[in-house]
Design a protein around this ligand. Structure first.
Ligand SMILES: Nc1ncnc2c1ncn2[C@@H]1O[C@H](COP(=O)(O)OP(=O)(O)OP(=O)(O)O)[C@@H](O)[C@H]1O
Length: 353
């Protein structure tokens, strides 16, 4: 049996804007998403801001009703049998919500164990196991107020696992976590999957997705635009070389000049402190493009120039840009079926089972 089956899932949000003349606005957040996750798989959902990742997760974990389409978790339909689904899942989201700061980690876990209906005789052993899994042994009696972000995130994961869920949804777990703590967090997630828990992870950190995920779905504009192993996604940009140029004061005009050069397949720029890093994807063995690219950036102070193999991030940027290019705004997506009972989100923000 599959751990997760999403079949043509759609979700349209309806909101009212304006005070004197209220208007109904519809946002098609998820527009027909289909994928399957096998038991024990570590599956990644990647996509730009507003792509529909959280909405997809909220439909799978029963916090939101789909507008149309179906989803099942270990065979239980999320809309028809939400209680059975909730018994099999845990949900951990990034950020600061969801823990009691004044309480110790131990008391937080005891409280949530009660809430999740963990049998009294199992609680002590289960909490000890989880503190060990997330590396908080020795710190469990300290109040959470004094915890770092990384420690909080690991405590969140322990909380999400108290009732031994078969599937764990991790929505941007490493947001705001420093690199060392993020590495520990990745180890915890990898251990979890190795022990048989199915994990559905969303992240904006490509290196994290590359290291952890067996398969990845890239979602943009509410649709899946690529699905496969990290290697198969990277193979989309295989045969390309990546040129990275550190520069100061990069502007759109110069980037456009680089984009227009023959042999250039993609260009992006990212702020890194006072400078920008311009990433140029070119055909393989295109050392001859170094000169023209630098000439197109003429007038800027240039730092280091390096050439490297494409990464998952390069593949991801290409996939998302191609999807944005392919989306034709003049073509209306198929009609969404908005019915009264799917307009309001389910009340529960916490998953009590
Ligand atoms: N409650 C809501 N009411 C109206 N629109 C919403 C609501 N929640 C999300 N949206 C819209 O739905 C779209 C998808 O949002 P969603 O949060 O699922 O994206 P995401 O991929 O998780 O983004 P991010 O990476 O920024 O978290 C966005 O356009 C967002 O503005």
């Amino acid at each position: 049996m599959l751990a997760i089956e999403a079949d043509a899932l759609r979700r349209t949000y309806t909101s009212r804007t304006g005070w004197l003349k209220p208007r109904r606005t519809e946002t098609e957040a998820v527009r027909g998403v289909t994928f399957e996750v096998a038991p024990g798989e570590l599956f990644g959902l990647l996509g730009p801001n507003g792509a529909g990742k959280t909405t997809t997760i909220k439909m799978l974990n029963t916090l939101l009703l789909p507008t149309s389409g179906t989803a099942r978790v270990f065979g239980h339909d999320v809309a028809r049998d939400p209680v059975a689904v909730r018994r099999r899942i845990g949900y951990v989201f990034g950020g600061d919500r969801g823990l009691y700061d004044r309480l110790s980690a131990l008391d937080n876990l005891r409280y949530f164990a009660e809430l999740y209906g963990v049998e009294a005789r199992d609680q002590k052993r289960r909490i000890a196991e989880l503190l060990d899994l997330v590396g908080l042994v020795g710190r469990e009696k300290e109040s959470v107020e004094g915890y770092s972000r990384g420690m909080r995130q690991r405590l969140h994961i322990a909380r999400g696992l108290l009732h031994r869920p078969d599937v764990l949804f991790l929505d941007e777990p490493s947001i705001g976590v420093d690199p060392v703590a993020a590495r520990d967090l990745r180890r915890t997630v990898a251990d979890l999957a190795a022990a048989g828990t199915t994990v559905l992870l969303t992240t904006h950190y490509m290196a994290e997705a590359d290291e952890l995920c067996g398969r990845i779905a890239v979602i943009a504009g509410g649709r899946i635009c690529a699905l496969g192993t990290p290697e198969s996604l990277k193979s989309r940009v295989r045969g390309r070389d990546v040129l990275e140029i550190e520069a100061y004061g990069v502007d759109e005009e110069r980037l456009d000049r680089v984009r227009r050069l023959p042999g250039v397949r993609g260009v992006s720029a990212e702020d890194r402190g006072a400078l920008q890093v311009v990433t140029v994807q070119t055909g393989r063995g295109s050392a001859e493009l170094h000169g023209p690219v630098l000439a197109a950036l003429d007038g800027l102070r240039i730092g280091r120039v390096t050439s490297r193999e494409p990464s998952l991030e390069d593949a991801y940027i290409t996939i998302v840009e191609e999807a944005a290019g392919a989306a034709d705004p003049s073509v209306e997506p198929a009609e969404a079926e908005v019915s009264a009972d799917t307009e309001k989100p389910a009340e529960a923000e916490e998953l009590a089972v």
